[in-house]
Design a protein. Sequence first.
Length: 302
Amino acid sequence: MSGTAVTPHLSAPVRGALWMVLASACFSGMTAAIRPASEGLHSFEVVFFRNAFGLLMLAPMVLHAGLGALRTANLKLHLFRALCFLGAMLCWFTAIKDGIPLADAIALNFLAPIFITIMAALVLGERVRARRWTAVAVGFAGALIILRPGIQEISLPVILVLGDAAIWSVSAIIIRRLTKTDSSLTIVAHMFLWVTPASLVLALFVWTGPSWTNLFWLFVMSLCSTVGHVALTRAFAAAEASVVIPFDYTRLVFASALGFLAFGETPDIWTILGAVVIIGSSLYIARREAKLARKNQAEPAS
């Protein structure tokens, strides 16, 4: 037996899964912190501080890596992703501030993979067969179970959460493409570099100034979000999206626990049932896409 210590090595799928679980926990923590951070502040102001703190947190990492970490051949793609990120944040932060239950918001946000499938077919011209369209329909049925239109009112926060899911699906496609050429630090740094001044312009129109309590929760919210985005990009870089995306659904567990502990929220049976339907359809889509990708890779080039 050799005296050399053996260092355990985690496989790429395991590393990707662990990064995704960390990202899910951080994003859930960020979501829970929005309400105390938003007390007395407009959502535009909260979004600005979230980005400003995030940029400050990343600055030491960028300086340590050197300004070369910002070098990219995909500047237009980064700018478009920053625009998507800003739009998604405005939708999400406003919805959470206005009181939508955390579990409901997270469950509806799981529609993002379903939106990705629709856009792949309508915008990218990808061929989507009947089974995946069926999964898309099932996913929307899950959303209807949660929303129960006609039985309860479809509120503005609900519409904003659905808007966030649609915009986030665009952002996810961009992240997948960027991870092929840029590091996770480059991707996250460019996001904050462009979205911070843009959100400041919006915040100046409604500026009131945060209290020290606001600043504390804004910092906590920003820390969770920044770590979450770094973990998210590392998850996509470590393993295929179809491998890591299923672990994103742990957000529902984290959000339900935080909603109960912090705000006394308990998910009702309709939210749980709808979430199960949405998650099931999304997992089927991810599995189907992975299977088709392996099949395409196995086919000889013409």
